[in-house]
Ligand binder design. Structure first.
Ligand code: NAD
Ligand code: UDP
Ligand code: UDP
Length: 334
């Protein structure tokens, strides 16, 4: 026996669930490095419609060139510090400059992006009943006194330093996510991203991997900041995107570290890049500003909860990035 009456409208509306088969996904900061790779992956699924909003501060339309006229894709120039009205099912909220050069350029703007931008995306999530994922950062751990860093570590962060607009901004963004979750029942996901590298990174964004590769390709000395024994762990961007999608699709509300636990000193990284590109280039030891001494994710939780762990080693990932930098810099293989 069939009823002639349609089922009552759910409130708030979950558009794709009830009216169409497609999942409509908003990616803020989708014209940036990680965002554009995420968009590529989401667009592979024919059931996904993707809307990117970006103000192009550090991202570029060029990163999304192949999707510009695609019927399941839309690109909107918009600053997330302003309210946004769209109807979506999921929000990947990445909008925020990630490199110190850019986030220190206008620190007040960086705080606004993290705080007001995240508030707006949460207001949007609340209105349309969307699930929202925030890309937080390992920087919430500051200069960590625990090594490696599990999600339960509360961090050692300077509230008044030059990195604070970013670190503390992301910490407030996480707080807002949890308050909207507790107060309004919003479905939240928080990824604490550790250093990520790969094709499409800004060539001049001052991060260590992009600096070393660009310097070696140009035949310039590699600038290793003193003492050179400080460590970082580098995750290839395809692994990162895979982790973010698993997190969004899973059931885990608490923050989760996503990164590659392989730990290298900056001198080791410089030697690897030299070997890969040009063994002749020199290494210049330069002075370091306020700089965390070591950083490495504890990814036990990501393994358990998401069944995720990185697949691409630094030795496999670096050559892919070198190829991309070669073609963007117009430097052919010797
Ligand atoms: P990115 O700078 O390449 O991308 C950020 C994007 O956000 C850019 O396209 C930029 O134009 C856009 N954006 C910035 N402010 C905006 C605003 N107010 N309104 C709209 N768009 C804005 O950086 P990324 O490396 O792709 O990082 C993406 C996210 O991941 C960021 O939230 C960052 O904090 C986080 N993250 C990245 C790393 C990393 O190693 N790359 C590490 C930790 C966390
Ligand atoms: N907001 C938005 N898009 C929406 C709904 C809300 O950008 O679709 C913004 C809104 O302008 C506000 C913020 O999100 O600044 C928080 O919204 P919320 O409804 O939680 O708070 P209120 O507007 O009641 O202060
Ligand atoms: N670094 C370096 N040479 C550079 C840029 C950075 O030795 O040209 C070092 C820097 O001191 C830090 C590490 O590389 O110890 C990672 O720096 P990056 O800015 O890439 O990332 P973050 O400090 O945010 O982890």
């Amino acid at each position: 026996q069939t009823s002639s009456k349609p089922p009552p409208l759910p409130s708030p509306l979950r558009f794709s669930k009830f009216f169409q088969a497609n999942m409509r996904i908003l990616v803020t900061g989708g014209a940036g490095f990680i965002g554009s790779h995420l968009v590529d992956k989401l667009m592979e699924n024919e059931k996904n419609e993707v809307i990117v909003v970006d103000n192009y501060f550090t991202g570029s339309k060029d990163n999304l060139r192949k999707w510009i006229d695609h019927p399941r894709f839309e690109l909107i120039r918009h600053d997330v510090t302003e309210p946004l009205l769209v109807e979506v099912d999921q929000i990947y909220h990445l909008a925020c400059p990630a490199s110190p050069i850019f986030y220190k350029y206008n620190p007040v703007k960086t705080i606004n992006t993290n705080v007001i931008g995240t508030l707006n995306m949460l207001g949007l999530a609340k209105r349309v009943g969307a699930r929202i994922l925030l890309t937080s950062t390992s920087e919430v751990y500051g200069d960590p006194l625990t090594h490696p860093q599990p999600e339960t570590y509360w961090g050692n962060v300077n509230p008044i330093g030059v990195r604070s607009c970013y670190d503390e901004g992301k910490r407030v963004a996480e707080t807002l996510m949890f308050d909207y979750h507790r107060q309004h029942g919003i479905e939240i996901r928080i990824a604490r991203i550790f250093n990520t590298y790969g094709p499409r990174m800004n060539i001049d964004d001052g991060r260590v991997v992009s600096n070393f590769i660009a310097q070696a390709l140009r035949g310039e000395p590699l600038t290793v900041q003193k003492p050179g024994s400080q460590t970082r762990s580098f995750c290839y961007v395809s692994d990162m995107v895979d982790g973010l999608i698993r997190l969004m699709e899973g059931q885990n509300t608490d923050p989760i570290n996503i990164g590659n636990p392989g730990e290298f000193t900056m001198l080791e990284l410089a030697e690897t890049v030299k070997e890969l590109i040009n063994p002749e280039v020199e290494i210049n030891m330069v002075n370091t500003p306020d700089d965390p001494r070591q950083r490495k994710p504890d990814i036990t939780k990501a393994k358990e909860v998401l069944g995720w762990e990185p697949q691409v080693t630094l030795w496999d990932g670096l050559p892919l990035m070198v190829e991309n930098f070669r073609s963007r810099l117009g430097i052919s293989k010797a």
